[in-house]
Ligand binder design. Structure first.
Ligand SMILES: Cc1cc2nc3c(=O)[nH]c(=O)nc-3n(C[C@H](O)[C@H](O)[C@H](O)COP(=O)(O)O)c2cc1C
Length: 203
């Protein structure tokens, strides 16, 4: 698929054909591309948990279920043949930037202009989404309820140093976009002139 078509076609797809698993070679390509994401200082402080059995995905839903969240909170209801939970690891960045070529030996985190650990994991997540689209699949990035993260960690043996920034559900789409929904999406997209400023910030 042309890159421009991948960008144009990508949208969050939340329902999948239950009878079509994601072929293993596509899973491999998705993961191969994820780890090609850029990372600050080439730190690569990320980690990906791949869940591809109904039992594991069931366990994920149960771990993320939060009594006080609405029932339609995606982490607690997601049904997909494949789930990739994307994690960031801040310690890896603090260690990397304490090395001689960077020199922040005190491992202070107050000078960081933005949380690069989460940014890099987000870049990897976008590559996962785009690779899924390129392979004819649908995918959705969603967050885990913060209060359930310890339960999720315990259920899957995720070390404390790894923070789940979100998960990507992937499968063959069963979530048609009718003209109505397409028109609503189009209407909600902010005009480029509202968000892009050329030469000087304009109001
Ligand atoms: C950081 C982030 C968190 C998101 N969390 C959720 C979520 O918890 N549940 C959900 O259904 N969609 C979630 N989304 C998807 C957004 O709702 C979606 O990207 C947005 O509505 C634009 O639609 P589109 O991606 O289909 O163009 C999230 C997206 C991002 C980037």
């Amino acid at each position: 698929m042309e890159f421009q078509d991948v960008v144009r076609r990508r949208r969050m797809v939340r329902r999948y054909d239950p009878d079509r698993p994601v072929p293993p070679e596509v899973v491999d390509r998705i993961l191969h591309n994820a780890v090609r994401a850029p990372s600050a200082g080439f730190s690569q402080g990320w980690g990906f948990l791949v869940l591809d059995t109904p039992e594991d995905i069931d366990r994920f839903r149960t771990a993320c279920r939060h009594e006080e969240w609405p029932d339609d909170y995606l982490a607690a209801t997601v049904r997909a043949p494949l789930l990739i939970v994307v994690h960031s690891n801040k310690d890896v960045y603090l260690d990397r930037y304490a090395q001689a070529d960077k020199g922040f030996t005190d491992r202070d985190d107050s000078w960081w202009p933005a949380p690069y650990w989460d940014i890099d994991a987000g870049m990897a997540a976008l590559l996962i989404l785009q690779t899924a689209v390129d392979a004819g699949l649908g995918a959705c990035f969603f967050g885990l309820p913060k209060e359930r993260i310890p339960v999720y960690r315990k259920a899957f043996g995720v070390p404390d140093a790894f923070h789940p920034i979100g998960a990507v559900s992937i499968g063959y789409p069963d979530d048609p976009l009718d003209d109505d929904r397409r028109a609503r999406f189009r209407a909600r997209r902010k005009p480029a002139t509202d968000v892009i400023h050329r030469g000087r910030w304009s109001t």
